[in-house]
Ligand binder design. Sequence first.
Ligand SMILES: NC(=O)c1ccc[n+]([C@@H]2O[C@H](COP(=O)([O-])OP(=O)(O)OC[C@H]3O[C@@H](n4cnc5c(N)ncnc54)[C@H](OP(=O)(O)O)[C@@H]3O)[C@@H](O)[C@H]2O)c1
Length: 264
Amino acid sequence: MDLGITGKTALVGGASKGLGYGCALALVREGANVVIVARGADALESARQRLLGERPAGGEGFVKAVAADITTPQGRDAVFAAHRDYDIVVTNAGGPPPGDFRDWDRQAWLSAVEANMLTPIELIKATVDGMAERGFGRIVNITSSAVKAPIDILGLSNGARSGLTGFVAGVARSGIAARGVTINNLLPGAFATGRLTSSLAASAAKAGQDVDTLRAAREAAIPARRFGNAEEFGAICAFLCSVQAAYVTGQNVLADGGAYPGTF
Ligand SMILES: NC(=O)c1ccc[n+]([C@@H]2O[C@H](COP(=O)([O-])OP(=O)(O)OC[C@H]3O[C@@H](n4cnc5c(N)ncnc54)[C@H](OP(=O)(O)O)[C@@H]3O)[C@@H](O)[C@H]2O)c1
């Protein structure tokens, strides 16, 4: 299926690795121009080179890399200096650390809210009106299945991302909805990325358990009996960015291999 986004320009945060890279890959394969962002310049440039090789045959699309911290105003200035008018924005950055809420001070909460709530809101604010004027826009926020099924040790994520989810529910249904702009949240369950690998290793070490045993137990608890991969996550993201998905807005789309047990 042609997703109708050839020549559109996408911003993808946190895109040198993991789920952000998966989204950038799917968009590049659809013929979109892509601006990818991450802090580490070497991994980002390596991702850019791989993405250039993924453009459709004859594709002239560009792939720009902006090495910046997207959670800072300076980082976002760099993103908009690289390109001003984005048609597609995929908001993403690292998630907050796990822990016990008794140990989190005000600064820990402010950092989580800054990265996982206010940064996507700033990116939405900077782009939606231009999208509406041009009659096309797609925003996808990578959040977490923890928004629907909170995980106790991820309290910073549960809280900050729920704030974003509430904001998006309102703004997606505002005047922009009639002007070709959709905003949706894409909620990953367990996906085999660097983040998951390092958190599994940390949990195994803490429990004094073998990491392969722990991985097998976690996978067995998912109805699909496996972790997801970044490429399949990216494909869902690209669909939400397609012309065909014009009537899908304000939704929380869960990709978790069936792990969430509820009917709705
Ligand atoms: N994987 C899962 O199973 C899962 C499940 C639920 C939710 N999530 C959430 O999904 C998001 C992506 O996770 P992932 O598994 O893809 O993580 P990952 O493999 O660790 O990749 C994170 C990417 O984001 C970049 N990044 C981190 N902080 C950034 C910042 N401040 N500014 C710009 N780029 C930044 C990283 O590069 P640099 O470090 O070089 O900046 C890297 O490219 C996270 O918010 C995570 O909490 C993931």
